[in-house]
Design a protein around this ligand. Structure first.
Ligand SMILES: [Zn+2]
Length: 884
């Protein structure tokens, strides 16, 4: 049974807005519980036949309308309609000025969408549909306007008054209030509007663009935190330089401001000239942030900055085109990070993230195309598919046309669409025009959900000295979509001889010979034949992960071992090691389930040994090699699985490796000096990552010696990365050592909310003791709060996705615990609850008794009339995909 079905928005129903609004002037008289917003719009009916006679419809939710005037004359109540979703004026002139005045209550806004209070400051989040909670306006991305904003507030409480664009005037009143006026010369849609008011410390700097414009840069942070923004400022300046050098894009205002806030639904937001960040993705120093935090800050600062062109100067026509800005911008930030750090390591981490988040989404009940056809709440579509798969499509495109042609295409796209709201067709049109490549079938990447599967079967005939490779691609059915066609796949390949040396092969009946091959596959199947092949070669497929597919090959264990040891492409070396590990883990799981003693092949230990022997060359890469696939990844490979069986298999293999490789791991661990001076460089982070990977495996031995190593590492740690490495290690044991370390950690960092999130996360993901009981204890810890999204994710999200065996407990109590949390969060913040609800998506992969329990748990939630539309949309899709 379902109640309150919400009507979906459909791509096919898109209609242009009948009016243009050239200018908007907003005045904010700020007050925590009664802010008055006055809006003056200059409106013209579009000169098209279809616009004639259209009513003026403005979105607006939860606004207390005080007055409405046209050309200075009050509009009579019978001449407008005020509904729950907005304001309609039935007959309006072709050109006029509209003024509305509304009152809103920012202090009561716990959904954190629109104008709200965070730590006593005013702050906004308008993407996707937050602006309608601020004033009446056509809240859609294709209505772009020039914004002039005046902000007024008491100076003592709100010394900084910020909005988009350039600050053009400031002033004081006699009563202690002051004001600032902001003008944004660039057209923008309402979702890019921002306003911040409050007291901050600042970190200031300057940047000179290639054409000589001086830009004032400023980061606004909590009192006392300015030194923790130094890394973000450095990342910002590097991003500005990079976008000039690589994409030829300069910054276009006199100032660029970033504000860090602690209560934020997302990671960060690219509002024009005034980026707003979740403080978790901005503040860092060695004692409070891990290397992963530094990496994320660098990437997100770059991402939001890059949006200034891919998103702001060229925005999206409608929300179905969301990946036009997000996929492209993720690609741009991935390339930036690859240039700043190790390209190979970055690529592997991106593929790991894609497989951990996007692949399961694309094969489960929430699967949707990169350009969806419909949605109920657009907030629910800020997904791994839109972002990460979207970025992979851009990469596929770049690989197909080549880097230089791709950059020319991007350039043309920016130039042709500057100042407009574009579509994916506009993007592809620019690419086709600039490159001359017709990119046949590329639209299917946007329109078909599901991860394509690529089968590659090689066959060597010693008698004729011929190698034949047969490729076959298919994309599985997903909810609401079946019988899919091929997608264009760039297949990057190389060949290795029995001694591991690269081989040059010649394509049959041609003179084409090469070491490295790029085959654009534009069909369902493809056969390649190579002649004059003296020895059976091992084929290295999808080098650099040249397309986001699931690859199936007929590689033998020996082939994989050879690629793991010898491939010149670091991605394939890592991938081959992972494939050996996946095969080993699944076969051990099978044995354990059948009550047999597992027979573990030596390939994995040998691959790890080889990696450790070569560790000095690239520690960060070795660290990645030493990490086994986690339970969530194994769950994707085994339909109707028992997560506790997979967890047991993983523990079995890890303890075996710890025992077999004790000498090598100990030696590698011992090289690390915890007392050395800290550097945030990729190289230094790589050494810490290698130490962490060694300690993690050593702890799997369960020995007292390993526990003492972790304990010593914890108390010797001089930086947060080493401290978390040690805590993770101790969490494998539980007991007195672990709890003493947790207590010391809490005592030291109790006043730092971001670090306390780590304290929650490490415990929520710990496998020791009784994870569900730990979760329940943390839920009632005095420092847990439902009102801070970071804290909710650090406990609920971390437990459900990082502790799958406990979440999927066979008695259903793990599901119940998370369902209770979702219900509580939903009453104040539906968008956050919906996102937390996506963890139930993994239930579609567990065995029948578990699925039934999950379905029953979701049923109870869905029966609540008060459930938000956001959460209902997510949970009902998951519910429909579960076994009854
Ligand atoms: Zn973005």
């Amino acid at each position: 049974m379902r109640t309150q079905e919400h009507i979906p928005v459909r791509l096919q129903d898109y209609r242009p807005y009948p009016f243009s609004i050239s200018h908007v002037s907003l005045v904010f008289d700020l007050h925590p519980t009664r802010t008055i917003v006055t809006s003056r719009l200059i409106i013209d009916r579009k000169p098209h036949e279809w616009a004639k006679g259209e009513a003026l419809q403005l979105d607006g939710v939860g606004l207390d309308l005080l007055s409405v005037e046209i050309n200075g004359q009050p509009v009579a109540a019978q001449d407008y309609h005020l509904g729950e979703d907005g304001l309609t004026l039935k007959s309006v002139p072709d050109s006029f000025k509209l003024e509305t005045k509304v009152a809103i209550n920012p202090a009561a806004n716990t959904a954190l969408s629109g104008l709200y209070m965070s730590a006593g400051r005013f702050c906004t989040q308008c993407e996707a549909e937050g602006f309608r909670h601020i004033t009446f306006w056509p809240d859609r991305p294709d209505v772009m306007s020039r914004f002039h904003v005046r902000v007024e507030a008491p100076e003592a409480d709100f010394p900084s008054l910020l909005s988009n664009g350039n600050r053009v005037a400031i002033g004081q009143y006699d009563d202690g209030r002051h004001w600032a006026a902001w003008d944004d010369p660039h057209l923008k849609p309402s979702y890019l509007f921002a306003l911040v008011a409050g007291g901050f410390d600042t970190l200031e700097d300057q940047f000179t663009t290639r054409s000589g414009r001086t830009v004032d840069l400023c980061i606004y942070v909590d009192k006392g935190a300015a030194s923790r923004a130094i890394y973000a400022m450095d990342a910002l300046k590097r991003s500005m330089t990079w976008d000039e050098e690589v994409f030829g894009r300069e910054y276009d205002l006199d100032m660029f401001n970033i504000v860090a806030v602690s209560d934020f639904n997302f990671g960060a937001m690219e509002n024009k000239g005034l980026n707003i960040f979740n403080s978790a993705l901005l503040l860092a120093d060695e004692t409070t942030a891990t290397d992963a935090d530094y990496e994320a800050i660098e990437a997100v600062v770059a991402h939001e900055y890059f949006h200034n062109w891919s998103g702001n100067r060229v925005t999206c026509r409608d929300w179905f085109q969301l990946s036009l800005k997000e996929g492209f911008t993720v690609f741009r930030d991935q390339e930036f990070s690859a240039d700043q750090r190790s390209r190979a390591v970055k690529r592997i981490k991106d593929v790991k993230a894609l497989r951990a988040r996007q692949f399961p989404e694309d094969s489960g009940p929430l699967a949707h195309p990169v350009r969806p056809k419909s949605y109920v709440k657009i907030d629910n579509f800020y997904t791994a598919t839109i972002y990460e798969k979207g970025a992979e499509i851009i990469r596929v495109l770049q690989t197909l046309v080549g880097r230089d042609a791709f950059l020319e295409g991007a350039n043309l796209y920016f130039d042709e669409n500057d100042g407009t709201a574009a579509t994916i067709e506009d993007w592809l049109h620019a690419m086709r025009t600039a490159t001359g490549n017709q990119l046949h079938g590329i639209e299917r990447w946007y329109d078909q959900a599901g991860t394509p599967c690529l089968e590659a079967i090689s066959d060597y005939d010693a008698a004729t000295q011929k190698l034949t490779i047969r490729f076959q691609q298919s994309t599985p059915d997903t909810p609401g979509q079946s019988s899919k066609s091929w997608v264009p796949l760039p297949i990057s390949m190389a060949f290795f001889g029995p001694d591991g040396a690269p081989l040059q092969l010649r394509l049959a009946e041609t003179d084409i010979a090469a070491d490295d091959w790029l085959i654009p596959m534009a069909s369902t199947s493809l056969e390649l034949q190579f002649e004059g092949v003296a020895d059976r070669p091992v084929v290295s497929y999808m080098r650099g992960f040249s397309a986001p597919v699931r690859l199936i090959t007929n590689h033998s264990d020996a082939d994989l071992a050879l690629l793991a040891a010898c491939d010149t492409d670091p991605f394939v070396r890592w991938e081959s090691t992972q494939t050996i590990a996946r095969n080993t883990l699944l076969s051990v799981a099978q044995s354990l389930a059948a009550g047999r003693e597992p027979d573990v092949r030596q390939d994995l230990a040998r691959a790890f040994q080889g990696a450790l022997a070569d560790a000095a060359r690239d520690p960060a890469f070795t660290a990645l090699l030493l990490r086994l696939p986690d339970v969530s990844e194994l769950m994707q490979l085994q339909p109707l699985c028992d997560p506790s069986n997979l967890l047991a298999a993983r523990a079995f293999v890890r303890s075996l490796l710890a025992e077999q490789l004790d000498a090598e791991l100990s030696a590698c661990f011992a090289i690390y000096d915890p007392a050395q001076a800290f550097s945030a460089s990729a190289q230094a982070a790589g050494q810490r990552a290698l130490m962490a990977a060694c300690l993690d495996l050593l702890c799997a031995s369960g020995t007292d010696r390993a526990a003492m190593r972790a304990e010593n590492t914890f108390f010797a740690a001089r930086n947060m990365t080493d401290m978390m490495t040690a805590l993770d290690g101790l969490s494998q044991f539980g007991g007195a050592r672990y709890h003493a370390a947790l207590a010391a950690f809490k005592q030291r960092f109790t006043d730092n909310a971001l670090v306390m999130d780590k304290w929650f996360r490490v415990q929520a993901m710990a496998l020791c003791e009784d994870p569900l009981q730990t979760f329940k204890n943390l839920r009632v810890d005095p420092s847990f709060t439902l009102l801070n999204p970071n804290r909710v994710r650090a406990l609920g999200g971390a437990f459900a996705s990082g502790n799958p065996a406990a979440f999927h407990r066979v008695d259903g109590t793990g599901y119940q615990a998370i369902a209770d949390l979702i219900a509580d969060v939903d009453s104040t913040n539906g968008a956050l609850a919906a996102r937390l609800g996506t963890v139930f998506e993994s239930c579609s992969r567990v065995n029948e008794p578990r699925q039934k329990l999950a379905k029953r748990t979701l049923q109870v939630l869905l029966d609540r009339n008060s459930l938000s539309a956001n959460t209902r949309e997510i949970l009902s899709k998951i519910y429909d995909g579960l076994i009854a």
